[in-house]
Every structure is written in structure tokens, then in C-alpha cells.
Design a binder for this molecule. Structure first.
Ligand code: ATP
Length: 212
């Protein structure tokens, strides 16, 4: 892996049953960039991210990533029995952090606005997503892998998400965002389109607006 690459994929293949989803995906991601991967529903974006973070095994190919990663899956994985505060404390212990300041800062920037005692069941989808994002960011990882991270956000939270992503990039972190919409892609430094099981470079400034 080159000294500046934080992630390198080579010829990654994955299928479910007889159905191929990824047909040989290769990718190099350097430090300090905001990368977008767009593709239609079912193109295999989530599958690719799960392989990246080690949740799913590829059928073949290699994934090299040697930096701490924060992963925010498409559907917030929250424990219905735990309050917001308990989630933060649980992840603080799991990450072995001295404090949970960063989680609360992210929640404040995203205008979370819910009681710390609320449980996920009473939160809206967008609010659960804010909590999920804060939990993925709170240990200040070198790389963020975010699957449709602003799903359900209102406009203000959406703008604040991009502010946070831009700040992380400016601090030298790598932010990898997946979306089924090629919308607002000029916010990205680098963009790829996943189609027919392969990843092709795309121009973030030439994508236009609308579905990928
Ligand atoms: N665990 C699984 N078992 C079987 N098939 C699966 C599994 N996970 C995903 N698939 C199938 O693989 C294909 C790619 O799914 P994936 O969720 O990776 O796509 P996606 O690009 O993230 O889609 P979306 O934009 O709708 O989230 C789909 O046809 C899906 O039904």
C-alpha cells in the first residue's frame, strides 16, 4: 500500500448464491479526501462497505486497511433497551475513551434535540441516524465509512453533516460516503459509480442532479 493510501481494494468479488454483485472491484483511497460512491438501488454499495469494514467476507480479492475506521451502516444499529446516554457510555467503554465529549459535540452540531434518556423506539428515523453517526465518529477514527449517512435528515442537519465531513477531511481524515443519489456531488473530492459490479471513476462536478 502506498504511504498515503489508507485503503486499497484489489479485484474484490462477491455474490449471493449464483448472483454476482461485485465482479472485481479495485480502489485506492488516500488520506484526507472526501470520497463518494454512488450507484442505483441494489448495485452492491452496502455489500462493498460491509466487506470494507470486515462485516462480510469477499469471495475473492484483497482489502488492505490499516487505520482505525468508524462505520455508520445504512440502518442504525441501536439497542432498544438502551437510552441515548447509555449508548454513548457503552461505545465510550468499547472504544476505551476517557470521555464522551466528542459524541455530544457531534450530536449538538447535528441539532439532536432529544432527551439523553430517550430510547431508540421513541426517536424518529432521522434522529436515530444522528445518534448512529455520532457513535461512529466519537473515537475520532482516521477513516469514516458512511452508508447513506444523512438518510432522514432535515435540510439543516444535512448541511451540518457536510460541514462535519468537510472538517474531518480538512483535518486529514478520509471520509467515504455511499449514496444511491448522485445529488450534491460537487461536495466530494473524488467520486465513483458502482454499476454492473464494477467501480468506475466519475466526475463529481459533472454528475448533475437526480438519481444515479
Ligand atoms: N445477505 C444477503 N443475502 C442475499 N442477497 C443479498 C444480501 N445482501 C444484499 N443482497 C443482494 O445483493 C444486491 C446488492 O445489495 P446491496 O444492499 O449491497 O445494494 P445497495 O447498492 O447498497 O442498494 P441500496 O441503494 O438499495 O441500499 C441486492 O440485489 C440485494 O438484494
Amino acid at each position: 500500500m502506498s504511504s498515503r493510501s489508507v485503503l486499497r481494494l484489489r479485484h474484490v468479488r462477491k455474490g449471493y448464491g449464483r448472483r454476482p454483485v461485485l465482479r472485481g472491484v479495485s480502489l485506492d483511497v488516500p488520506a484526507g479526501v472526501l470520497v463518494g460512491i454512488v450507484g442505483e438501488n441494489g448495485a452492491g454499495k452496502s455489500t462493498l462497505l460491509r466487506i470494507l469494514v470486515g462485516q462480510t467476507e469477499a469471495d475473492s480479492g484483497t482489502v488492505d486497511c490499516h487505520v482505525p475506521v468508524g462505520y455508520c451502516p445504512q440502518d442504525a444499529v441501536l439497542n432498544p433497551a438502551l437510552s441515548v446516554e447509555e449508548h454513548v457510555r457503552f461505545f465510550q467503554a468499547a472504544y476505551r475513551l476517557d470521555d464522551s465529549r466528542r459524541a455530544w459535540e457531534v450530536l449538538e452540531r447535528l441539532q439532536f434535540g432529544e432527551s439523553r434518556r430517550s430510547r431508540p423506539g421513541v426517536l424518529s428515523g432521522g434522529t436515530r441516524q444522528k445518534l448512529s453517526l455520532a457513535l461512529a465518529l466519537m473515537h475520532d477514527p482516521d477513516m469514516l465509512v458512511l452508508d447513506e449517512p444523512y438518510q432522514g435528515f432535515d435540510w439543516e442537519a444535512y448541511l451540518r453533516f457536510w460541514e462535519i465531513a468537510g472538517t474531518l477531511r480538512d483535518e486529514g481524515r478520509t471520509v467515504l460516503v455511499v449514496s444511491h443519489l448522485a445529488y450534491d456531488t460537487e461536495r466530494l473530492d473524488v467520486m465513483y459509480r458502482l454499476a454492473d459490479g464494477v467501480l468506475e471513476p466519475a466526475d463529481p462536478r459533472g454528475a448533475g442532479r437526480g438519481a444515479a
